[in-house]
Ligand binder design. Structure first.
Ligand code: HSE
Length: 330
């Protein structure tokens, strides 16, 4: 059964979604699209390859007279895919788009961390009241299906603790500095060029992005109501090349580690010196997560935590799972 989507945001993540639609026969039809300066709506389906060409040539995905809000409120679609850049302070304009879509009875899939970290409870209640789904697998750890795993597959467990490398950009920078002797600035520029970094990369290096992911995990998996202020945050922006070299001399390295131990009220993100053979020492843009549970014991997950197609993988999974769930009109 075909499913119609409207896509907001055509940056690294949005382009990844469009790439998948142009390469694979997913049964997903694009009926609306918008970037920050233009939009396009066509209930019959927008040809994705020519859209990608136009975006590449002109920088616009559609007409300047059509705004993202217009696409959200007037477009004909089943699922809104919100993939605009995260604003961790206001959550806007994405939260407004998501509210509008849920209120009109459309499902929402998002990779945008701001609305989930700031308004998870409100938005999930709004989805429930309107009989639709609100899904956000792409907000945490890119391609690793960690939210689905914790919320569904491990639903019978008590999750005692979670430790993880949750920012691909920082992990890429730390890896390149340690292994290739790159300067912090060179490594950051590479991470940006590869599409790993946020639109504002200070979010990555100051630890905000990973801390927002900890907020999302705490509030969705443990049903807490914490905010960014709850997290004790230290980024990698002040880390010296000397510190990395000293760690390497001890057969160790530095990784930016997030920790959630609810029983101890511990919510922390900080650079840590860890032995090189530790499972959280992953390379490049990879993320890694260890969860400690009562029934399943310890589990380790690793995979690409950032990147265009990798994040699109999580978004497409959410879209197809909604289609599956509501097949038959229930
Ligand atoms: N900028 C983020 C990262 C993207 O580097 O992990 C994925 O959330």
């Amino acid at each position: 059964m075909p499913v119609r989507i409207a896509l907001i945001g055509t940056g690294s993540v949005g382009k990844g979604v469009l790439e998948v639609l142009s390469r694979k026969n997913t049964g997903i039809i694009l009926t609306g699209v918008a970037d920050s300066r233009s939009g396009l709506m066509d209930p019959g389906g927008i040809p994705v390859s020519s859209l990608l060409d136009r975006k590449k040539k002109t920088g616009l995905c559609g007409e300047r007279s059509i705004s993202a809000l217009k696409v959200v409120t007037e477009g004909e679609y089943d699922i809104l895919v919100e993939a605009s850049p995260t604003d961790a302070v206001t959550g806007e304009p994405a939260t407004g788009y998501i509210r509008a879509a849920l209120s009109r009875g459309s499902h929402v899939v998002t990779s945008n961390k701001g609305p989930v970290a700031l308004h998870y409870r409100e938005l999930s209640n709004l989805a429930r009241e309107n009989g639709v789904s609100f899904r956000f697998e792409a907000t945490v750890a890119g391609a690793i299906p960690i939210l689905h795993t914790l919320l569904d597959s491990l639903g019978g467990n008590e999750i005692h603790a979670l430790y993880g490398v949750l920012n691909g950009t920082c992990n890429y920078i730390l890896t390149r500095m340690a292994e290739e002797g790159l300067s912090y600035r060179q490594a950051l520029d590479e991470a940006r060029a590869l599409g790993y970094a946020e639109a504002d990369p200070t979010y990555d290096v100051k630890g905000i992005d990973a801390a927002v992911k900890l907020v999302i995990l705490a509030n969705t998996v443990w049903k807490k109501e914490i905010t960014l202020d709850t997290i004790d945050i230290t980024g990698i922006d002040l880390l010296t090349e000397e510190a990395i070299r000293l760690a390497e001399e001890q057969d160790a390295t530095i990784r930016l580690i997030g920790e959630i131990v609810p029983a101890e009220n511990l919510y922390r993100l900080s650079p840590r010196i860890i032995p090189k053979h530790h499972p959280l020492v992953v390379q490049g843009s990879l993320n890694a997560i260890i969860v400690r549970t009562d029934l399943a014991g310890d589990l380790i997950f690793a995979g690409k935590g950032a990147g265009s197609l990798e994040t699109a993988s999580a978004i497409i999974g959410d879209i197809l799972s909604i289609r599956e769930r509501y097949a038959g009109g229930n």
